[in-house]
Write a protein that binds this ligand. Structure first.
Ligand SMILES: [Zn+2]
Length: 275
């Protein structure tokens, strides 16, 4: 059993890397990768403290990088790279999280209010980045404080869940809620180039989360990628099968991961058998 998509509190996960490794050990996994957002700090911490005290299997270096493709903010996984080179290449590429959240928060508030959505006074000033890694889940909760706002949201799921609202509307060029982020997110080609320069492989994660843009992203990115995440908790068997066939036909790597975050998104660690 393996799991190549795990998050720690070095990005938006709840658990420390030690806890994640312990949980992977308890689940009897043989191969894992910690893929924090936009940093590989966990690997430097492991190098210092020693990972094998917590996990006896193999650990592949990993990272999940934000990238822009055809007007859409997506993620690209990098695997098996040199962590020193990666850290060097990422320097200055992304804005500091606080600054990024502030920019996105202001843009999103402006868009929401222009559509007619009511937000609490001081909504921007009251944002606390220590409580919300991404400003989107904070803003979504603020929006839900006013039941009148429900009428402006096109679908129930987007009203209920911040991540669905983000994918389906905020990050979707076909939605009136769409917000451009190409000023703060680097292009996908550049991100793939960085992964390759650091000696790694580029893999497209959770493609069906991109909702109506999934097929466009998958087929548009295919010739740039080294692999596709074919197994993911929310994928149907038919979706996984389709991706598997696509990978085999195009000679691409097949991966799977739980996207474990702990806490709010407690996808169980390690639900995948090695193909
Ligand atoms: Zn992830």
């Amino acid at each position: 059993m393996y799991d190549l998509h795990l998050h720690t509190n070095n990005s938006d996960g709840m658990d420390s890397w030690q806890t994640v490794l312990q949980k992977a050990e308890e689940a009897k996994l043989t191969l894992i990768s910690i893929t924090d957002h936009d940093n590989c700090d966990a690997y430097f911490q492991m190098e210092k403290e020693g990972a094998h005290r917590f996990f006896s299997g193999k650990i592949l270096t990993g990272i999940e990088l934000q990238a822009y493709f055809n007007g859409i903010s997506i993620e690209i996984l990098g695997y098996d790279f040199d962590i020193y080179k990666m850290r060097e290449l990422l320097q200055g590429l992304y804005l500091p999280m606080d600054e990024l959240n502030q920019i996105v928060l202001e843009k999103t508030c402006q868009k929401l209010t222009s559509i007619g959505i009511i937000l609490p006074a001081n909504v921007i000033q009251n944002y606390d980045s220590t409580k919300h890694y991404y400003s989107m889940d904070y803003l979504h909760a603020q929006m839900r404080k006013f039941s009148a706002n429900r009428t402006y949201i096109p679908d129930e799921e987007s009203w209920e869940k911040d991540n669905i609202f983000f994918r389906r509307h905020i990050a979707n060029p076909n939605s009136p809620f769409y917000i451009r982020e190409d000023d703060v997110v680097p292009p996908a080609e550049k991100i793939i180039d960085i992964i390759h320069t650091a000696g790694g492989k580029a893999v497209l994660p959770h493609v069906y989360q991109y909702d109506e843009n999934s097929e466009m992203i998958l087929h548009g990115m295919l010739d740039k990628l080294d692999g596709v995440e074919c197994f993911y908790p929310s994928f149907t068997a038919a979706q996984s099968e389709y991706l598997l066939e696509l990978c085999k036909k195009n000679g691409l790597l097949i991966t799977g991961g739980s996207d474990y975050h702990g806490g709010k998104r407690p996808n169980t660690i390690g639900c995948f058998k090695l193909p």
